[in-house]
Design a protein around this ligand. Sequence first.
Ligand code: NDP
Length: 330
Amino acid sequence: VTYFPAADRYRDMIYRRAGRSGLKLPAISLGLWHNFGDSRPVDRQRAIVRRAFDLGVTHFDLANNYGPPPGSAETNFGAILNTDLKHHRDELVISSKAGYTMWDGPYGDWGSRKYLVSSLDQSLKRMGLDYVDVFYHHRPDPETPLEETMTALDAIVRSGKALYVGISNYRSEQAAQAADLLRELGTPLLIHQPSYSILNRWIEHDRLLDTLEAAGAGCIAFSPLQQGLLTDRYLTGIPEDSRIRTSVFLNESALDNQTLARLHTLDDIAKRRGQSLAQMALAWALRDERMTSLIIGASSVEQLENNVAALGRIGFDQSELDEIDATVLD
Ligand code: NDP
């Protein structure tokens, strides 16, 4: 069936500027790490992407290795783009990354210019694109000089294969160095992609938002729902179709008794706010305006809708923030 995007798709979404760049991103972006590999029905994947676009989610976050198998999320997303969204390319921000293990041998991993340039070429082929909007170095490489990795990102932008560049999983100090190098090269750092959630506060201890503000870069957090823990998914057991049961990246051990008790208390706070736990977790992660966007995952259209509806209430009273901290901080 031909897809006609909703005419009112830009009505309710909040768009935030990425640092001091010209680019705005939707406060909620869709990530394709899980739920878009070959093990998931193509029709459901298509329905999630269509609904996202209808809700004003203009930004889709991919990487070379998303699947399983690695690469299949880009291939599947490319097919959806081709059938459904090819006339809307200029309304989309599509991101990809390289930095984790992708192919055998010394050139399919980490941060060399050799790896980044060839991996992006492969990603573009899989997605059927001429360029991505944002290309990231996916994780810091302890061996490759930072100068080489940043020069590769700059060269990629100059080659026309990416419009902007980002880094992911870098600590504050190294992020500042990367931003300095990129500024000198003339390709400012657009954005940093760290993990962040009510249960994962490392960027607060690392003062990452201060570092990025000083650098003029934005911040886009991944796994703001802690891979689904910060939702109603596990409050009464472990569903067979949940990430704990279907992925190697989340184990039952993450759901110890203390965590489960905390989730129930957080759920009570969310209910008082008139929100689902997932919605409160997203609102919470957006409470600092310097957080440009959050990348959520969704295994169904319903989850996506529930999450985007979080934007209906993103303000917090100080007493609610204190209560959340008291629940999760030792
Ligand atoms: P989330 O923390 O948003 O977890 C998503 C999962 O939570 C869903 O797959 C679903 O799990 C569950 N869920 C989502 N919404 C709801 C809801 N409303 N109610 C109940 N359950 C819900 O993010 P992800 O861990 O999926 O990561 C998001 C994106 O971030 C990735 O796709 C990727 O783009 C990016 N990322 C980047 C990384 C990096 O190193 N740069 C690393 C990891 C992620 P279920 O399957 O159980 O239904």
